[in-house]
Design a binder for this molecule. Structure first.
Ligand code: ATP
Ligand code: MG
Length: 760
């Protein structure tokens, strides 16, 4: 009787309903984007709880992100009320495994209050091990070892499980040795890394049948969203939990879409979803074809694109929805214009009454967010960055900003501390401690203390020389700041300080992104005349997060947008080398290009009503203008579903023409000069009202470090007997400001600071 039907069943289509009502036995829901897989999974959970087939605590439900878990918990709560109470085992693989490991830590050689270390700690630890073993870290970087260990853990390999090939992957066959050292060290400090969470639990399940059986009994139902992106260790862990106890049905239900597998670079294996029927014989396979999310044009564009992939199961999607606009493809001059254009569109939507949180900008690479952040700040548009740091908060950007700050403001101690040994110069904590002590005693900044101590014997010769060189560099950069543009200064500083070289020497995947971010920073600076102006702008951007409840535009990577939906989606940077990424093109393999295409499919299918793709004709990369070609993915969109326009010439198919204009990308723009991005639009005032203007403060503080010279002590004269902590007793032979020449009883003359001696 439909009138008395539970509300979570009411709107479901027949295959969805079948998935929800088939609570017993293995179920595989394999279907395209927006077909209601996650919705069905949520309804299934409500059904199981409402029918009292299990308590909420007896359901294991794995989602891909914490946000997805939160949403699912809310939705189930909405459907069945407070009966949902918590759902302790609803979460990401990491969250669930961490919770289990707390209960059984001792079985993994840990205490239950173990810490989960982050990547920085991990690298530090690996470096120590590499040094202790006498290995050349330049040849065998810690980053590379970290990458190997991560991969091994994703595959479920412990140190004893590596085959010869894997073992060769680091330090000529010493991979397993270092892996083992690392694991021992982690245990010794009662810690584990993210990869360990699942691996330890897998290990415990295998070695302690009783623990495994406890969980097998507890979890009457297991559900997994985004199953296409599970990696080996996740798969093995799930399979142990779902199989096992004799005579029981395996109540596992997984949902996914092979076309949305986008994490193979992190070890995900789309094969996991394809072999589900083998692992669980008699599994019911349910396919959904009706899409409820998007308009026909959006669906048509996405389906046409993904058809170009050869390795897929293939499926047909349809929708009852009619009407809607075509997917727009907009060609712009450059990245600032791209950001300006998107900003204008969003302001128009806002005026029409669309809440900002229904709008998203999805980027391929992190560096792309910067241009949008800057633009939105200057027009006063509220945005949030999800899944990743905001541009100016990233470590390498903060390092670069610290260098810039110390130039404009020698008194900035935080900046000094940040860069004083970055890149590594061999200046240790001891030296910093001495600088601090001296700076405190004389109420001077660290940089001034460094200058004062650098030509004395208070510091070991090596530290002294290094400090002197650094102070000389800074003086030179400060000089340069008077004539060079801020962007030039930044480039010189990053090069001369060795910072760029440090990143170049490190061949990990992240360091390429970091270099990209730094050149993007220099790009951003080109719009400012003085360093002070630029730093003021940065502090305004950093302050943008203050108002947290307001509706905001979402900026995130496509990877992080998996499973989500927005009314309006903007997809910038669809250019060869950005999307598909340069890395995927360099690797050249079909597999990596197909993964990029799946990513493009995920991107388009996030849109409910409107999807706008943008590409710029020119991009400045590493300070160089390069002309860019529109992404091949644009060419693969079925023409019937797209509407192309160009803001440059008005020609609708400029992006097609550009394929053949590689040699002279500026030719067609001869009569149409690009405008410079105005950095201070009318919204500037609005944004700056609530914040102080740091540039004024910077100006006041811009004094040279030398002007902080300490006052000499008047109570010490030539001939006085004094005691020095390090060198012992001696006689003052000469005095110059606050520096003393002392002949020590232990032998030899030393130059020391008067504040470091006591009269005796
Ligand atoms: P993705 O592959 O992107 O994760 P999905 O298959 O999980 O997508 P959902 O997010 O569950 O799809 O659903 C997409 C949209 O369709 C949601 O807004 C959802 O509320 C709606 N929806 C799902 N099923 C139905 C239905 N039977 N009737 C009406 N709307 C539905
Ligand atoms: Mg989903």
């Amino acid at each position: 009787d439909p009138a008395h039907e539970a509300p979570w069943l009411a709107n479901l289509n027949p295959p969805q309903r079948e998935a929800v009502l088939t609570t017993e036995g293995p179920v595989l829901m394999l279907a395209g984007a927006g077909t209601g897989k996650t919705a069905a999974l949520t309804a299934r959970m409500a059904q199981i709880i409402a029918q009292r087939l299990a308590w909420p605590s007896e359901i294991l439900c794995v989602t891909f992100t914490n946000k997805a878990a939160r949403e699912m918990r809310e939705r189930v709560g909405h459907l069945i009320g407070p009966a949902v109470e918590g759902m302790p085992w609803l979460g990401t693989f990491h969250a669930i495994a961490a919770k289990m490991l707390r209960r059984h830590a001792e079985l993994a050689g840990l205490q239950s209050n173990y810490t989960i270390i982050d990547t920085d700690d991990q690298l530090r630890l690996l470096k120590q091990l590499i040094q202790a073993e006498g290995l050349d870290e330049k040849r065998w970087p810690a980053k590379a070892l970290a990458g190997c260990i991560d991969r091994w853990k994703n595959r479920g390999f412990g140190p004893g499980d590596l085959d010869a090939v894997e073992n060769e992957a680091y330090a000529n066959g010493r991979g397993a040795h270092f892996y083992r050292l690392y694991q021992d060290r982690l245990k010794a400090v009662n810690a584990c890394d993210f990869g360990d969470l699942l691996l330890h639990m897998l290990d415990i399940f295998r070695r302690h049948r009783d623990v495994l059986e406890e969980y097998q009994r507890r979890f009457k139902y297991i559900m997994v969203d985004e199953y296409q992106d599970t990696n080996s260790v996740q798969y093995l862990w799930l399979r142990l939990l779902a199989q096992g106890i004799e005579g029981r049905r395996h109540n596992i239900c997984v949902v996914g879409d092979d076309d949305q597998s986008i994490y193979s670079w992190r070890g995900a294996e789309v094969a996991n979803i394809l072999r589900f029927e083998k692992d669980f014989p008699g599994a019911k396979v349910i396919r959904l074809e009706q899409n409820y999310r998007s308009t026909p044009h959006i669906l048509g564009a996405a389906s046409g694109l993904i058809k170009e992939n050869s390795e897929r199961l293939g499926k047909q999607l349809w929708t009852e929805a009619t009407g809607g606009d075509k997917v727009r493809v907009i060609g712009v001059w450059d990245a600032p214009e791209e950001a300006r254009r998107v900003g204008e569109e969003i302001e128009r939507l806002e005026r029409e009454g669309l809440p900002l949180d229904r709008i998203a900008i999805l980027v391929r690479a992190q560096f792309q967010t910067r241009e949008f952040e800057d633009r939105f700040i200057s027009i006063g548009l509220a945005y949030r960055i999800i899944g990743g740091f905001r541009f100016y908060e990233r470590a390498e950007i903060r390092d670069a900003l610290a260098y810039l700050r110390i130039i404009t403001q020698p008194a900035d101690d935080l900046a000094f501390e940040r860069i004083y040994n970055t890149p590594k110069r061999g200046l240790g904590d001891k030296t910093l401690e001495k600088l601090h002590r001296f700076a405190r005693a004389h109420e001077m900044p660290l940089a001034a203390a460094a200058l004062a101590m650098a030509d004395t014997d208070e510091l070991p010769a090596k530290a002294r020389n290094t400090l002197l060189a650094l102070m000389r560099d800074m003086a030179r950069w400060r000089d340069l700041a008077k004539t060079a543009t801020p962007a030039e200064l930044a480039r010189v500083m990053l090069d001369e300080s060795g910072y760029t070289a440090m990143l170049q020497a490190d061949r990990s995947a992240e360091s390429a992104g970091r270099l990209e971010n730094l050149s993007e920073l220099a790009r951003a600076m080109e719009d400012y005349e003085t360093l002070g102006d630029f730093l003021e702008h940065v502090s305004l951007v950093m302050d943008n997060e203050a108002n947290n409840d307001a509706e905001k535009v979402t900026i995130m990577t496509i990877h992080a947008a998996k499973g989500l939906e927005f009314d309006h989606v903007f997809l910038p940077g669809w250019e060869e080398g950005v999307f598909p990424s340069q890395r995927s093109l360099d690797e050249g393999g079909l597999a990596s290009l197909e993964e990029e295409r799946r990513l493009a499919y995920v991107a388009i299918t996030r849109a409910r009503r409107h999807c706008t793709i943008l590409h710029a004709a020119n991009r400045r990369i590493y300070g160089q203008w390069t002309s860019s070609l529109p992404s091949r993915f644009i060419g693969e969109l079925p023409p019937a579903h797209i509407h192309s326009e160009s803001t440059m010439t008005g020609g609708a198919s400029l992006w097609r023409a550009q394929w053949s204009e590689r040699d002279d990308p500026f030719a067609h723009l001869a009569q149409n000069k690009p405008q410079r991005m105005e950095t201070r639009g009318p919204g500037w005032q609005r944004a700056s009202q609530t914040t102080f203007a740091p540039s004024r403060k910077i100006a006041e503080n811009t004094r040279s470090a030398a002007s902080f010279a300490a006052t000499p002590r008047l109570d010490i004269r030539i001939g006085d007997k004094v005691f020095h902590e390090k060198f012992g007793n001696g006689t003052v032979k000469a005095q110059e400001g606050n520096k003393l020449e002392i002949e020590f009883d232990s032998g030899g003359f030393k130059r020391v600071l008067d504040s470091f001696v006591k009269r005796i």
